[in-house]
Structures are given as C-alpha cells and as structure tokens.
Design a protein around this ligand. Sequence first.
Ligand code: GDP
Length: 328
Amino acid sequence: MSKRLSLEEYKSGILSGNRAVLSRAITLIESTLAADSELASQLVQEILPATGKSIRIGITGVPGVGKSTFIESFGSMLLEKGHQVAVLAVDPSSQKTKGSILGDKTRMEKLSSDKRAFIRPSPTGSTLGGVSAKTREAMLLCEAAGFNVILIETVGVGQSETAVKGMVDFFLLLMLAGAGDELQGIKKGIMEMADGLFINKAEGKNLIEAKKAKANYSNALHLFPMSENGWSPKVFLGSSLDGNGLEEVWEMICSFEAITLERGFWKKNRENQRLNWLNEAVQDLLGKAFVANKEVNTLLEKSALQIKSGALNPMILAKHLTKLFLKS
Ligand code: GDP
C-alpha cells in the first residue's frame, strides 16, 4: 500500500485534475483508520469551494437491465460532446458478501480504458449510511478534479436508491419492456423517485412491447402526485447497445436542469441534501459512539435475555441505555 500524501499534495493534485491522486484520495476516504478519516474530512473541506459545478445523475435498475451498457454508451456520448465524465457505483451487496454485483472488472470496458473518463467501483463500508457518506465525498472530489458529469450507479432493488436519490440532481430509472414490475423487482417507491425512465433494449422484436410499456409507464407516472419541483417525469425508450434514444435522455436531463435552475429548485434541492448529509453524519457518529460505549454494552449484555424472551419492553431499555450514554 502506498504511503499517504500530505493534505496539500492531495489538494493540489486533485485541483489540477491528477487522476492518480484523485484515486488515492478516494482510497483515503474509504479507509476506516481514524487518522485517515480525519485527513479525508479536512481534504473535503479544503476542496469544497471547487465543488458543485457538475450535473449529478443517479442511474438505477435491476441487475441485467443494462445499466453498465447504458453508462458505457451514454458516458462515451458525453465524452464526445466534450464533457468530463466520472462514474461511481454504489453496491450494497458488497457489504454482506464482499462480492459485488457492480464491481465486475469486465463492465464498461470501453469507458474504463478511455483516459478522459474516471470510473470507480463502489466505496464499501459496514453500513449503508457509511457507504453513502463516502460516495458523497468521492463525488465532491471528482467535481473538484474537474468532472462536470457524475454518474452514480446503483442496483435498483433496495435502500441504496434512497441514499443515491439524496445526493443527485436527477434520478434515472432503467426498465425493460415485457417484464412486469414485480418481475423486475422495482418497487413503486423507486418509480416515484425517478425523474426519468428509460426503457432499454427497445430494438427489433422488442420495439412493439417497448412502445406499449412507454405508454403504460407514462400513464402510471401521471398518477403520482406532482413533485414540488414542478417537473413531471418523462419516459423514453431506446437501446444502450446501439445508442438509440440516449441523445433524448441527455436532452431531458439538460431541460430538467434548465427548468429547475430557473425555478430555484436545483439550488434548494442541493441545500436540503447538505442538511440531510449533516443529519446522517450526526446519526452515524452518534450510533458508533453508542455502540462503543462501555456502560451501554454492559447493560445491553445483562438485559439481552430479557429482551429476547419478551419479558422486557425494548423501549424501556432503550430509554435507559440512552440516559446512561448521555451521562457518561
Ligand atoms: P446491468 O446488470 O444492469 O449492469 O446490465 P448489463 O449492462 O450488464 O447488461 C446485461 C445484458 O443485457 C448484457 O448481456 C448486455 O449486453 C445486454 N444489454 C444491455 N443493453 C442492451 C440493449 O440495449 N439491447 C440488447 N439487446 N441487449 C442489451
């Protein structure tokens, strides 16, 4: 493992767009060592003025829907347009299995080998809160390094979508035609979070089904209450393999940006996201301190049997533990 750099070295490397330093800084963010965590927090503070100038796009969908193929094509298209593209992947599976649905090296081969793009597999962590905090910080570092489009990928099957929704400007859901929503494992809540839908693999024999699905999803989305930003989600269809429909997706995102900027929602959304970030950080730190507290642990051990057997109301014990924690 290479030696840590100094704060100044990280900072100047990132601000000058040095990919190797950016990579090392993200590794620093992922580190669980207290000294690294301290340095990482300082680094993020130092580069904050250089952040915020990108479009942050969340991309989700069940495994197999074509997320990596989409990002490969979409990312390449954006590079051709002169954008600087960074891709971060949030992979909740790696917490449990240490394996990874998203971390497969063969994914996004073209984009990975393109020097203009930056791709980083998911920062791992022991909690979802931890993963999302690290992803946020990684995103800020990418912005400071000059990337103006950040794509954050997540598997569309769990809580990680909420976390990603909480850090992006635009949330895109990839779907397939012909497979029922249940089959696709997409929860209604995830549909509700989407600012746009892209029905992938809409080519050849699939095209007719895809057109039907587009009409159905457009109708379904209209039934959801209008979001406070005044944007009604749009549905597009296309093919990540041959690139059809990707231009429309980009146009949709650009018009979303223009409209929400004009209405003030873009700024408001980011302000709220920063406040939520603070909340999550406080909860995360408090949670860790609580779990590490000696007196709390002693009482917890003593009372575990009573809780398991149902003899003691967990709320009473929780109040007791909290009091102990606050006193210590
Ligand atoms: P992910 O698990 O969501 O990242 O999905 P992948 O991008 O790995 O794609 C899963 C499979 O679908 C792969 O075999 C892709 O080649 C294929 N695929 C992805 N997009 C398309 C598309 O637009 N059309 C067709 N026909 N196949 C696609």
